[in-house]
Design a protein. Structure first.
Lengths: 302, 274
C-alpha cells in the first residue's frame, strides 16, 4: 500500500507536485496517468525517497521508503530503462543489485528467465534494444519478490507481444496480492491494464477512482450510424431526444443506444450500412479531464 | 486477498562492499584502466633509470660519486613525473567510480535498491580505496624493483632496506587511494564526468604546482596538498627551504585528505536529490 498525503514538491518557483493525496491499494493494478510533465516521475521518485518532498509525506506499507536500509524486498521499481551502465552484462547488473540486498544469486537467473532474457543474459546491456532494457528493468523490480511494485512508462519500446506479456504480468502480480502502480501518459495503455486510476495534471490530483467510474464521468457513449437517407434518420433521432452530429457522411448519435437506433430504422424501413457503438471513450474522458492541465500544449491547440 | 509478509535478513554492510566490488569488476574498463595506469607509471620511472644506466659513463667520476653519495638511485624509484601520472590516473578512476553512475542514471537504480545512501557510498569508497591501494602498491613496488634492477647493472641499485627506501614505496603507493578518494568526492559534488576530472587536475596538480614554499602562507597551503606531502615523504636526506616540515606532517595530510574526501562524498549523497 502506498499512501501520499499532501505531497508537494517545488523546484524554485515551479511546483512540480501540488498537495497530492492518494492511496494505492494492494491486489489491483493502479494506473498513474497524466500528460507529459504532469509530475508523475517526480511523484514516483518521492515515493522511492530519491527526491525529498518540499512538504507532505508518502509512505510505503506505513513507512518512509528512505528509512529502510535495503529496498528490493519492499519495493521493486522500474523508473527508467536507461538507468543502467551499458558496459555490464544483464546478469552482472542484477547480481550487483541482488548482492547488496543479500538476495541469493540463483534468483538472478530466475528473474532473467521470467522476463525472457536468459539467452541475452551474458551480453552487455549497451547492445540491448529499448524493449530488452525494459525487460531488464522489470527483472530488477522483481528481484526482491516485493509486495509493492512501481513502473514508470514500462510499455515504451515493447513490441505487441511484449505489451501483452507485461499486462499479463501486472495482472498476475496484483492477483498475488501485491500493490502494482504503473504510470503512463496514454490512456489507451491503461485501458486494458489498470483497475484503478490516479490521474494528475500539473502536479495536482484530477481523479482517483476505478476505471469504470472514470469512464462514466467522461464523454458519453456515442453511436456512429451510416445511412443513405441521413436527413430522415436525423429527424427521427432528434424526435426521440437524441443529439446528432453529421460528420463526413456519418451520423454521430449520443443519448440513444445502438439497439434503439436500429429498431427505429427498421420501423421506418431505412437501410443502415453502419451501426457502431464507440467504446474508445476512455481516451476522450482522459483528454477532456486533463485538457486544462496539459503542461506543454502543441501549437495553438488551446 | 492474501497479505504478503516481507521476510528480510538483517542488513549487513559487508553485502554492500561485496556488491560494490562486483560492480567495479563487472566493467571491463576497470581492469584495462589499472593495467594501462600501471604500465604508464612504471614506464616513466623505468625510463629515468634507463637514462642513468645508458649514459652512466658520460658523467664524470665526481658526478657518479655524487649519485651514490646522495642516494639518487632512490630518486629513480619514483620520479616526480611518475607521481603526476599516478595522481591523474587515480583521481580519474576515483571520479569515474562515482560519476559513472550519475552519467548513466544507474545511481537511481542503486539508491532505489539501497535507500541507505550513506552506507552505500561508504562501501563504494572502501572498495575504491582498497583497489587503489593495491594498484599503488603494485605500481610503486614494480617501479622500485625494476629501477633498482636496472641501476644494479651499474652497481648503484639500492635494496628496499636502504634508509628511506620503504617510505618512498609506501608514500607512492598510498598516493593512489588519497587521490582516488579526492576524485570520488569531486564526482559526488559535481556529478559530471569531464568536470570532475578537470576539477581533480586543478585541485591535485595545478594548484599545488603554483603554490611556492618561499612565503609562509603559500608554503602552508602547499604543504596541505597531497602532491607536496608526497614530495616531502620521498625526499632523501635533510629537507631544505625556509619552511621545513616533518614526514609525520606529510602523513597527516594524506590521512586528512582521505577522510575529508570520504566525509564529503557521504554527505553529498545524503543531502541532495538523486
Amino acid at each position: 500500500m502506498i499512501e501520499a498525503r499532501e505531497l508537494t514538491r517545488r523546484y524554485g518557483s515551479k511546483t512540480a507536485v501540488d498537495s497530492l493525496s492518494f492511496t494505492v491499494r494492494p491486489g489491483v493494478v493502479t494506473g498513474f496517468l497524466g500528460p507529459n510533465g504532469a509530475g508523475k516521475s517526480t511523484t514516483l521518485r518521492m515515493i522511492l525517497g530519491l527526491h525529498t518532498p518540499t512538504s507532505g509525506s508518502v509512505t510505503v506499507d506505513g513507512r518512509r521508503f528512505r528509512d529502510r536500509p535495503r529496498g528490493l524486498r519492499h519495493v521493486g521499481a522500474l523508473l527508467d530503462a536507461g538507468d543502467v551502465q551499458g558496459g555490464r552484462t544483464a546478469r552482472a547488473h542484477l547480481a550487483v543489485l541482488a548482492r547488496g540486498n543479500r538476495i541469493p544469486l540463483p534468483r538472478v537467473d530466475e528473474v532473467l528467465a521470467e522476463v525472457g532474457l536468459t539467452a541475452a543474459a551474458g551480453r552487455r546491456i549497451g547492445g540491448y534494444s529499448l524493449g530488452m532494457r525494459q525487460r531488464l528493468g522489470i527483472a530488477g523490480a522483481l528481484l526482491g519478490d516485493p509486495p509493492v511494485l512501481l513502473f514508470d512508462e514500462p510499455l515504451n519500446g515493447l513490441d505487441p507481444e511484449g505489451v501483452k506479456w507485461v499486462r499479463g504480468l501486472f495482472r498476475r502480480l496484483a492477483a498475488e496480492g501485491r500493490t502494482v502502480f504503473v504510470s503512463s501518459h496514454l490512456m489507451s495503455e491503461m485501458e486494458h491494464t489498470a483497475d484503478e486510476l490516479v490521474v494528475i495534471g500539473r502536479g495536482a490530483l484530477i481523479a482517483a477512482e476505478s476505471l469504470t467510474d472514470f469512464a462514466a464521468r467522461g464523454a458519453r457513449l456515442s453511436v456512429t450510424v451510416g445511412t443513405p437517407d441521413r436527413s430522415l434518420l436525423t429527424a427521427l433521432l432528434l424526435s426521440e431526444g437524441a443529439e446528432v452530429r453529421e460528420e463526413s457522411g456519418l451520423l454521430t448519435v449520443t443519448g440513444l443506444p445502438a439497439a434503439r437506433i436500429g429498431a427505429l430504422a427498421l420501423e421506418h424501413r431505412l437501410p443502415l450500412d453502419q451501426l457502431t457503438t464507440r467504446t474508445a471513450s476512455l481516451e476522450e474522458a482522459f483528454m477532456e479531464l486533463t485538457a486544462d492541465s496539459v503542461e506543454y500544449p502543441a501549437g495553438d491547440a488551446r | 486477498m492474501t497479505t504478503l509478509t516481507v521476510r528480510e535478513p538483517r542488513a549487513r554492510f559487508l553485502d554492500l562492499i561485496a556488491s560494490e566490488w562486483l560492480k567495479l569488476w563487472s566493467l571491463r574498463s576497470t581492469g584495462w584502466s589499472l593495467l594501462v595506469g600501471t604500465l604508464a607509471v612504471v614506464a616513466f620511472n623505468l625510463g629515468t633509470a634507463w637514462d642513468h644506466y645508458r649514459y652512466w659513463f658520460q658523467y664524470d667520476a665526481e658526478g657518479r660519486a655524487g649519485f651514490v653519495r646522495n642516494g639518487m638511485a632512490l630518486g629513480d624509484a619514483f620520479t616526480g613525473n611518475a607521481s603526476m601520472v599516478l595522481i591523474l590516473c587515480s583521481a580519474a578512476m576515483g571520479a569515474v567510480a562515482v560519476v559513472g553512475e550519475y552519467g548513466s542514471g544507474l545511481v537511481r537504480t542503486t539508491f532505489a535498491a539501497v535507500p541507505a545512501r550513506g552506507s552505500l557510498m561508504a562501501a563504494k569508497l572502501l572498495v575504491v580505496a582498497g583497489v587503489q591501494s593495491g594498484f599503488g602498491a603494485v605500481v610503486a613496488g614494480l617501479s622500485f624493483w625494476s629501477t633498482q634492477a636496472v641501476l644494479a647493472e651499474r652497481g648503484v641499485g639500492l635494496p628496499l632496506t636502504h634508509p628511506g627506501a620503504l617510505r618512498i614505496v609506501v608514500a607512492s603507493a598510498l598516493l593512489a587511494p588519497v587521490c582516488a578518494l579526492t576524485g570520488a568526492a569531486l564526482g559526488a559534488l559535481l556529478r559530471h564526468g569531464a568536470v570532475s576530472v578537470v576539477g581533480s587536475v586543478v585541485l591535485l596538480l595545478l594548484l599545488p604546482s603554483v603554490l611556492g614554499d618561499r612565503r609562509h602562507l603559500t608554503a602552508v597551503l602547499a604543504h596541505a596538498t597531497p602532491l607536496h606531502a608526497w614530495q616531502r615523504l620521498v625526499a632523501v636526506g635533510p629537507v631544505e627551504g625556509p619552511y621545513p616540515w616533518t614526514a609525520g606532517g606529510a602523513w597527516l595530510v594524506y590521512a586528512l585528505w582521505a577522510s575529508g574526501a570520504g566525509a564529503v562524498t557521504v554527505l553529498a549523497v545524503r543531502r541532495r536529490d538523486q
